[in-house]
Ligand binder design. Structure first.
Ligand code: MD6
Ligand code: FE
Length: 220
């Protein structure tokens, strides 16, 4: 296990080409949380519709040049927020630096994310097994940041039927994956209440009642 210079966190390859950085957001948490609140004010969370016409279980918004959207026409990236018809909020530098540095620690130099999808889960919300394949370049990694309530991340294989590994993710944890795992199926088990750690008094009620996931990608 390699320790960082500040000795507060470690990077661990939990599966070939899947890296876990425990409590990695701690290094810049006040800025990240303030910037998250600002993005959510500019582009409110909403429940997008799947192509099949069902509301998604997690509420979503985006920041960055491109945002991931879903509606009856399908899944895609769009430069405009369909709610406001304006560009998505600019990706805060605290977000960009977090993703770029986590990717570098996992061996992906020069990761320049242009899309940050924000998923908000209430207790009971989940995400079914899926592949991320709306991006242009599958050589680019994905950086996933967990905040608030803990979750069990399901990391499967290249077939939907492959039995997934259960990865517990707590507040502050960052997952990086790419290379041959880039198109693996993955999902989130239903979020349970009262599963949080490392939340301090500065963090309000909001993060003790929700899980927020930031997924960074080079989409375009
Ligand atoms: C989530 N994340 O953690 C859902 N996809 O809330 C994803 O679907 C995801 O975290 C690709 C890469 C990282 C992710
Ligand atoms: Fe995904």
């Amino acid at each position: 296990m390699d320790l960082f210079e500040n000795n507060t966190t470690a990077i661990q390859e939990i599966l070939p080409e899947v890296w876990l950085l425990k409590n990695y957001t701690a290094q810049n948490e006040p800025a990240i949380l303030q910037d998250l609140a600002s993005v959510m004010t500019q582009a409110p969370l909403r429940y997008m519709m799947t192509p099949m016409g069902f509301a998604m279980s997690a509420a979503m918004t985006n920041c960055g040049a491109l945002g991931w959207v879903s509606d009856r026409k399908g899944y895609r990236y769009d430069a405009l927020d369909p709610l406001t018809n304006k560009p998505w909020p600019i990706m805060p530098s605290s977000f960009f630096e977090l993703a770029n540095q986590a990717a570098a620690l996992a061996g992906f130099d020069d990761f320049l994310p242009d899309a940050c999808l924000i998923n908000q889960y209430k207790v009971g919300a989940s995400m079914g097994l899926h592949q991320d394949k709306n991006e242009v370049d599958f050589n680019q990694p994905i950086v996933s940041v967990s905040l608030g309530l803990s979750a069990v991340f399901l990391f499967g294989g290249l077939l939907r039927s492959d039995k997934p590994l259960k990865v517990p993710l707590a507040h502050g944890d960052v997952l990086v994956w790419g290379g041959k795992t880039r198109l693996n199926f993955h999902g989130i088990l239903p979020i349970k209440a009262n599963q949080h750690s490392k939340l301090n008094a500065q963090q309000d009620d909001y993060l003790s009642q929700h899980r927020v996931n930031l997924t960074f990608r080079k989409a375009g």
